[in-house]
Design a protein around this ligand. Structure first.
Ligand code: CMC
Length: 430
């Protein structure tokens, strides 16, 4: 907390001094916690545009400079040098692991990949075409039924076990959802494979023939998961924190986070981008769609453009665009119509006054779908991939929130605009 105060002058010149909170880096926050108690007013900020909801040590974003850091490490350095498992350790424990710590952590994650057999029965209840995000949320929610009595949130060991289970079992659940969609038999995890190799194995192996892991695909997924691993108080993470703040079972809180991620304004944008590119179809149609996005009477938006925090560029998008080039080259794709279309669309939008004035740049979801598609992952699984990467961020935030003694149940207030008190009228008099 800094010594500075923020002076708020109310009606009648009534002054209130509000403390200012200072973080390690980034803008200060005015602490309005005592405002209602002392002045009887609430603040109004739908969508939390100017509101900080908690203190956090995990991730820092500077939206003006396009900076993203996990525990102080720039995401570019982690993307170039680290692995998703190492980044997961970093997010959960605060520091990069020693080789011994990393080995132990990775072993733990590899050894918790199996699901309780009973959990597989849930998949029998879904229709063949159920959306995998719906299945992921439902089955992760069901983990609260399997791990309820043995989950004591006040016990740090239990919090660790929860984080390990979420990280280790989500790929197995995701792959089971995919197998249901394809009508193929469920493939059990292989603990001799690393995180992404095992995911590919569970997604694409079939019992009838041996499956060869595509190392290019495994490396690409690992990098995408690093980029998705955390993003401070985004919609799904805030949902996890909010649900968890009531003391709810953390697996249910993660299920709520998955549901929030699914929306097209959030993680669902990667699926929406691909559908949009397919709808645009050809460079000759770009102008028409850019005009639609600018037309206020048309609900169409350029999916994969814009961000609440990034007002300059999204550093994840820059890394992913470069990676797109490399992946398509390494997979020896000569014909890359969607990537070519996306690049052209980006160029047109970046030169357009509407997008320039509103600071709308490609975000993480703009190019990720093109990579997933090139790796053979179906469109409906794109947001599931995002969820796998983000699962560790959700777990890290839930742990941080539960361990923080100042945590209170999240309970915003409202501006009531309904009728003032009125009297009940009997039905014959209405
Ligand atoms: N296409 C056209 N216009 C846009 C777009 C877009 N993609 N995004 C924002 N705008 C306009 C918007 O109409 C508004 O105009 P005005 O000021 O005239 O009313 C202005 O830009 C500000 O937009 P906003 O909706 O008030 O901004 P926000 O911070 O509430 O929303 C956003 C951010 C990401 C939801 C929004 O930019 C959007 O809907 N983008 C498309 C969906 C998308 O790509 N989402 C992925 C986000 S990144 C990954 C993640 O978070 O999961």
């Amino acid at each position: 907390m800094s010594d500075d105060v923020y002076r708020l002058i109310g009606p009648g010149g009534n002054e209130m001094k509000l403390p200012i909170r200072t973080g390690t880096v980034g803008p200060n926050l005015v602490d309005i916690g005592a405002l209602y108690k002392t002045k009887g007013v609430f603040t109004y900020d739908p969508g939390f545009v100017s509101t900080g909801s908690c203190e956090s040590d995990i991730t820092y974003i500077d939206g003006e400079q396009g900076i993203l850091m996990y525990r102080g490490y720039p995401v570019e350095q982690l993307a170039a040098n680290s692995s998703f498992i190492e980044v997961s350790y970093l997010l959960l424990h605060g520091n990069l692991p020693t080789s011994k710590e990393l080995e132990k952590f990775e072993r733990t994650i590899r050894r918790h990949t199996m699901l309780n057999e009973g959990m597989l029965n849930f998949f029998k209840g879904f229709r063949y075409d159920a959306h995998p995000m719906a299945m992921l949320s439902a089955v992760v929610g069901s983990m609260s039924a399997y791990y309820h009595s043995e989950m004591d949130a006040s016990n740090p060991d239990h919090r660790d076990i929860f984080a390990h289970r979420i990280l280790a079992k989500l790929p197995t659940i995701a792959a089971a959802a995919y197998k249901l969609n394809t009508g193929q038999p469920f493939i059990y995890p292989r603990n001799d494979l690393n995180y992404c190799e095992n995911l590919l194995h569970m997604l694409f192996a079939v019992p009838a023939e041996p499956y060869e892991i595509d190392e290019v695909a495994a490396e690409a997924l690992d990098l995408l998961f690093i980029l998705h691993a955390d993003h401070e108080q985004n919609c799904s993470t805030s949902t996890v924190r909010m649900a968890g703040s009531s003391g709810a079972n953390p697996y249910s809180a993660i299920a709520a986070g998955i549901a929030a991620l699914w929306g097209p304004a959030h993680g669902g944008a990667n699926e929406a981008v691909l559908k949009m590119l397919e709808q645009i179809g050809d460079v000759s149609q770009i102008k028409k769609y850019v005009d639609k996005a600018k037309d206020k009477s048309d609900p169409f938006r350029l999916m994969g453009f814009g961000h609440r925090v990034y007002k300059n560029f999204d550093p994840r998008a820059t890394i992913i665009r470069d990676m797109c080039h490399k992946i398509l080259q390494r997979l020896d794709r000569k014909d890359t119509p969607l990537f070519d279309l996306a690049q052209e669309l980006e160029q047109v939008a970046l030169k357009d006054d509407y997008f320039i004035e509103k600071n709308l740049y490609p975000n993480v979801d703009f190019y990720s779908g093109i990579i997933y598609k090139a790796l053979g992952i179906p469109t409906s699984m794109f947001t599931v991939m995002f969820a796998l990467g983000r699962s560790v961020g959700w777990a890290a935030h839930w742990r941080e929130m539960i361990a923080d003694p100042t945590t209170k149940i999240a309970r915003p207030r409202q501006l009531y605009t309904g009728p003032a008190q009125r009297d009940y009228a009997p039905i014959e008099k209405r």
